[in-house]
Write a new protein. Structure first.
Length: 389
């Protein structure tokens, strides 16, 4: 009888896979529509004899998945770190490394991917890489998700308007003027400082500077913002934002009267070619962005515009409305001569809808208009005609 194959042979067979799969729990195999079979096994010790059935399972997985065109995704744990291995397929050749990872790992936000690459938790063919490095067919990309960092931010008793809370998440009505998380030059008086006072245990995926933070609002933007209490909720919510399945509706007070009462702006957004603090639709390397808008009320001087986001680019609504020639009132960056009409930019994250990461139930939230926004509408827009009896 020929000797049974050892662990090294099984590893060699399993490395033949080239299809994107989602790793099941150890000891399970998974079939999914449009995806390949993945067999995960308890890792034997080096030199341990393995059964023919185990070899057959891995060989079948290698044969089936080798015909697929998506990237291999293999996940394993080393101590407190989680590592994912990907093999670059043909259609992803010459993508930037960060673009490739954003495509293959929607559970990670773009900023998180950038952090992992810059901190050398991502390797390309075994070596540290840069976000702009191009990937090629057959390249091996490994992503190691480090354990959550210890949070060293001081909790502060800053009042919060909580719209909803359960064991997994919190929805906040963020006031204008409150920075979301600490950064260069500001370690205190942020939303994160406040959250840690009321909710000491938050998801650690965002790093020690951004515990629980799934998405952001500009400092001067008010309204709905969801925060994750645990890592499972954070991954589930981040995936929905990345896949653009979250409903995000804003209200904006803009200068002038729009020519069309509704429409769609689909201009790419990227860094301004001269002023790196600004974004622009004229950037050659801009990323796809889409904003639907509908004028709710208008006068010759000002319009109240409802904006639905289909993407989440930096300053998206501000840049798109500025591009139309109707900047947001009070916007110090894009408002031009209308920048001083109000103390802050008149933009409010009005409605937020998403699938609950644990229950799967669809949740809708609405943040009431802040007092300054309501006062601006009353002073600058004609009242809504009352219905006749």
């Amino acid at each position: 009888m020929p000797p049974r194959p050892t662990v090294s042979i099984i590893k060699k067979l399993s490395n033949m896979r080239s299809a994107r799969t989602f790793s099941p729990q150890l000891g399970q195999s998974t079939f999914a529509s449009g995806s390949a079979l993945l067999v995960s096994m308890e890792t034997p010790q080096c030199g341990q004899v393995c059964s023919p059935e185990a070899v057959k399972s891995v060989a079948i997985a290698a044969i089936v998945t080798s015909t697929m065109s998506r990237a291999t995704l293999r996940s394993h744990r080393m101590s407190d770190e989680s590592t994912i291995a990907l093999i670059v397929p043909k259609e992803a050749t010459r993508l930037r490394l960060d673009q490739f990872l954003a495509r293959e790992l929607p559970k990670f936000s773009r900023s998180r991917i950038q952090q992992l690459i810059l901190r050398e938790f991502v390797t390309l063919n075994g070596s540290p890489a840069r976000p702009r490095d191009a990937v090629r067919l057959g390249d091996r990309v490994e992503v190691t998700e480090p354990p959550p960092e210890k949070i060293d931010i001081e909790p502060q008793a800053i009042p919060l308007d909580v719209l909803y809370e359960d064991d997994d998440l919190i929805v906040i009505n963020k006031p204008a003027g409150l920075v979301v998380h600490p950064g260069a030059g500001q370690r205190e008086s942020t939303l994160v400082n406040a959250l840690l006072h009321y909710f000491p245990k938050l998801s650690g995926i965002g790093g020690k500077e951004r515990p629980g933070i799934v998405h952001r609002l500009d400092k001067e933007t008010s309204g709905c913002l969801v925060v994750a209490k645990n890592d499972e909720a954070h991954r589930g919510l981040s995936s929905q934002f990345a896949e653009r399945t979250v409903d995000k509706i804003y209200l904006a007070l803009v200068a002038g009267k729009l020519r069309k009462s509704l429409g769609t702006i689909a201009e790419k957004i990227g860094r301004h070619p001269v002023d790196r603090q600004r974004m622009s639709v004229t950037s050659r390397r801009g990323r796809a962005a889409k904003t639907e808008y509908r004028v709710s009320r208008a006068s010759n001087e000002m319009s109240l515009v409802e904006c639905k986001l289909h993407s989440g680019r930096t300053h998206q609504i501000r840049v798109h409305l500025h591009h139309l020639g109707h900047p947001i009132l009070g916007d110090k960056v894009y408002g031009g001569r209308f920048a001083k009409t109000f103390p802050r930019q008149m933009l409010h994250a009005w409605k937020l809808g998403f699938q609950h990461p644990r229950s799967g139930e669809w949740k809708n939230f609405e943040a009431p208009l802040p007092a300054d926004f309501q006062a601006a509408i009353r002073s600058l827009l004609p009242p809504i005609p009352s219905a006749r009896a």
